[in-house]
Design a protein around this ligand. Structure first.
Ligand code: OTU
Length: 599
């Protein structure tokens, strides 16, 4: 370690050990990228000052987490995700709504981006103008600290987005770069030659081909084309510059010291660029993530990293690293989510079972975040290895309501030419819920998706409003800067909407997870041989003989199936219905879920 460690009792007791363990890992990850150099002293100095600034209560949390490294794998972990303005209006307004979270058993709260965004369109806050200030419309950094403290007092961990791939074009680094500051120009990728841009583009995909075509934006002040994978106002950071790594590490540590306990690494696959490749999930990207993990293990070990990589499982798994090279603690199990919707449209659960089997490849110490919906579109391409393109195209049409007999009330979103259009819409709407109609079937479908998700291994995360079957926002485009079709499923929370059965069901799923050994993430969901393609069966088996079998029936007609071959000896007890099953045969209502345990 290149610096003397100040004589401080906390540092002496804890930090020396942590540095001894993790500093070599940090260098091992970064030296292949940056060589040996002055950046090492700068990195060490930022780490030390963040460690010194860490508030006493968070230092205590560090100790607790070091003693319980499986904290995010525990069965009682339940998530909730929302935009602050849609949910509580402001950060202090959100404080007043925390009982709503506790009633659902929530222990992990992910408010979508809340740092100071650029003015005008900010891609829902994913174009950050200042990583150390809160959006003034939502509150102040003190309000954020207060919210984190209140959440922690309830046993709820705060998850914040780290928009690490890009900054807003109005971030001070971008402003300095535009003013001609060479140091900050190197924070971004600028390509002067238009032909070179074309050559690089030939290897790249497009995320928003209609609303933000291409991956470069010509910026006259920069005298060239700035790399902008997403919107033109989101400038990709240049991680080949060690100063960028250090600044973003400092942002992580700063926000950790405000009380964040999980970081969602937004757009993680895109961090490193190498001309002539598709620039997604390059090995150097993984080195960067590994280095952040080591830095946190030194200065804020209570904090977990979550990869936001909404791609095929083969590209997601590397973000969880391996025991010798840990990366993120958590990743979204997006293939399971996507396959769940595919099963609902096709009544065929086999691709979902395949995705669950493949997800067993996750390292034991890592965890999934499982979910039914989020603030983004459902990207069908993530299933290209398990479902043929033609069927994926049909499913996309199905959710856009373009297939006869479809129950869904969603919309298709942009895709590259020839690719399957993704899907927008609130979960309730995609399940067919329409206000003022008989919604029994739609509610059964929504409950089925949540019931399966809550039985999987991972942190099941509720997307705001799903607990009240909140539907699409049909007028989304009338709000300024909300032209992007994803605003269809980012409505205002309607607190007057009756809670009803779906709220009761989700709260019950959450309650039943508490302290149930077999639902700890160390016990993954293993699909069992199903006698019918519309039936998903998987088991969770705990160390003390505790076993839960989840049945998901994805068909509009009920059935009775002899499951003795799969279930083994009875009698069984249905935890959700609180009924005994003494026969070999199990009855399944249309679109239903059952959680069985041995009586
Ligand atoms: C993320 O999503 C966010 O979730 C989006 O809301 C942002 O617009 C975007 O980053 C830019 O900050 O492509 O369709 O594999 O799937 O990063 C959403 C990762 C996205 C990408 C993901 C991106």
């Amino acid at each position: 370690f290149p610096l003397a460690i100040p004589d401080d009792p906390y540092l002496r007791d804890r930090l020396v050990d942590r540095i001894g363990q993790h500093w070599p890992r940090l260098l091992e990850a970064l030296r292949p990228l940056y060589g040996e150099g002055d950046w090492e002293r700068e990195l060490a100095s930022r780490l030390l000052s963040s460690a010194l600034d860490r508030p006493a209560d968070l230092r205590d949390l560090d100790l607790v987490r070091e003693a319980t490294p499986d904290w995010f794998q525990q069965s009682g972990m339940i998530g909730y995700c929302t935009y602050i303005d849609r949910f509580g209006g402001t950060l202090s307004g959100t404080n007043a709504r925390l009982d709503e979270l506790s009633r659902l058993g929530v222990t992990y709260f992910h408010p979508l981006p809340l740092l100071k965004p650029r003015t005008g369109d900010s891609d829902g806050g994913f174009a950050v103008a200042d990583f150390r200030q809160v959006d003034p419309k939502l509150g102040t950094i003190e309000d954020l600290r207060r919210l984190a403290t209140h959440l922690r007092a309830r046993g709820i961990s705060l998850c914040l987005d780290i928009v690490c791939n890009h900054t807003a074009d109005s971030h001070e680094w971008a402003v300095a770069a535009k003013a001609g500051d060479k140091r900050f120009r190197d924070f971004y990728h600028v390509v002067e030659d238009a032909e070179r841009v074309t050559a690089i583009e030939a290897h790249l995909g497009q995320v928003f081909p209609q609303t933000a075509p291409g991956n470069f934006t010509f910026v006259p002040e920069m005298g060239g084309h700035v790399w902008t994978t997403f919107y033109p106002f989101q400038w990709d950071l240049n991680y080949a510059n060690p100063a960028v790594f250090i600044e973003m590490m400092d942002v992580l540590l700063y926000l950790a010291n405000q009380g964040a306990e999980v970081f969602r690494l937004d757009s993680a696959p895109f961090l490193w660029k190498r001309h002539g490749t598709d620039c997604r999930g390059l090995p150097e990207t993984h080195q960067v993530v590994r280095a952040w993990r080591a830095a946190l293990a030194i200065a804020a070990p209570a904090v977990a990293l979550k990869a936001e990589a909404i791609v095929g499982l083969g590209e997601v798994l590397p973000f969880l690293g391996d025991p010798d090279h840990p990366e993120c603690h958590l990743a979204y199990n997006n293939t399971a989510m996507t396959a769940l919707w595919a099963a609902l449209a096709t009544a065929d659960t086999r691709p979902l079972a395949t995705c669950l089997s493949q997800a067993l490849a996750k390292p034991a110490a890592a965890g999934w975040l499982t979910y039914v919906r989020c603030h983004d579109d459902i990207i069908w391409g993530a299933l290209k290895d398990v479902i043929p393109d033609e069927t994926l195209g049909w499913i996309s049409d199905f959710y856009a309501g373009e297939v006869s007999g479809s129950f869904a009330d969603g919309q298709a979103f942009q895709a590259e030419p020839g690719a399957v259009r993704s899907t927008n819409g609130m979960a309730a709407s995609l399940a067919g819920f329409r206000d003022g109609q008989d919604n029994a079937a739609a509610l059964a479908r929504l409950r089925l998706l949540y019931g399966v998700t809550f039985a999987l291994d991972g942190i099941p995360t509720i997307y705001m409003g799903d607990e009240r079957a909140l539907t699409n926002d049909p007028d989304y485009a009338s709000e300024p800067d909300h032209g992007d079709g994803r605003w269809l499923h980012r409505p205002q929370m309607d607190w007057t909407r009756p809670e009803g059965d779906i709220h009761r069901s989700i709260a019950r799923f959450a309650f039943l997870r508490q302290n149930r050994d077999c639902l700890h993430a160390a016990n993954p969901a293993r699909p069992l041989n199903s006698p019918d393609r519309s039936l998903l069966i998987f088991e969770r088996v705990g160390g003390v003989g505790d076993r839960l079998v989840c049945l998901g029936w994805f068909k509009e007609h009920g059935t009775v199936l002899d499951l003795s071959a799969v279930l083994g000896d009875g009698p069984w007890y249905d935890l959700l219905e609180e009924t005994d099953i003494t026969e070999h045969s199990v009855a399944l209502l249309p679109w239903s879920v059952r959680w069985l345990v041995k009586k």
